[in-house]
Design a binder for this molecule. Structure first.
Ligand SMILES: C[S@@+](CC[C@H](N)C(=O)[O-])C[C@H]1O[C@@H](n2cnc3c(N)ncnc32)[C@H](O)[C@@H]1O
Length: 186
């Protein structure tokens, strides 16, 4: 019985801490994953047909032989955006504090790398794209950190909440859907 409680606590406590840290687990809607791929300018290098639901494969935007993009999801949840990015030729890396989400990605997701770590202490200097679906406060805090760390021309994409004080290059709007914000580092 004690082991059961201990195991449950080990699974539940990190998720609760993650909720307090930056945001509880709420996934990006499946039909908004393609909007992320477009704003991130991630497209398939191959000619395979689109994958269903969470991993749309976009048409190649020309100029083959491009270097693979490095994409981070800060608090990657079930890894759905990373899987979509990886299927479209990106190197996809996630940070996740919830042990449950981390184990889910480890057991059921292929082609992505997930780190059981707090993204507030991570380094994103090699990122081409960083995605955030967190609280407004966490977006603002990480926005400042990412703007310092990320290279010129790299992209930050935010779902639902903007980064206050940073000018969005584009706000992707769709009727009845949350806004998606694109920031380009200059
Ligand atoms: C709103 S969910 C977004 C999940 C995923 N990015 C998506 O869009 O489907 C936020 C995620 O961030 C994780 N999280 C919160 N604070 C974190 C932190 N400091 N470091 C790593 N992950 C964190 C939570 O466990 C949760 O899975």
């Amino acid at each position: 019985m004690e082991y059961l409680f201990l195991s449950l606590a080990l699974l539940i406590i990190p998720s609760a801490l993650a909720g307090l840290s930056a945001a509880p687990y709420v996934p990006t809607k499946k039909r908004d994953v393609a909007r992320f791929l477009k704003l991130a300018e991630i497209s398939s290098k191959g000619g395979s047909p689109p994958k269903a639901d969470t991993a749309p494969r976009l048409p190649a935007s020309g100029g083959g032989g491009k270097k693979e993009k490095i994409v981070y999801d800060l608090g990657c949840g079930d890894g759905r955006l990373l899987v979509a990015a990886a299927k479209n030729g990106a190197k996809a890396i996630g940070y996740e504090m919830s042990l449950l989400n981390y184990l889910f990605c480890l057991l059921f997701r292929r082609g992505i790398k997930v780190k059981l770590r707090d993204f507030f202490n991570a380094d994103f200097c090699d990122a081409d794209v960083a995605y955030m679906f967190l609280s407004q406060k966490a977006h603002n805090k990480m926005g400042e950190i990412l703007a310092r760390q990320m290279k010129k021309g790299s992209r930050i994409i935010c779902y639902v909440w903007p980064i206050v004080g940073m000018a969005a290059q584009r706000i992707d709007k769709e009727a009845g859907r949350p806004d998606m914000y694109l920031y380009v580092i200059n």
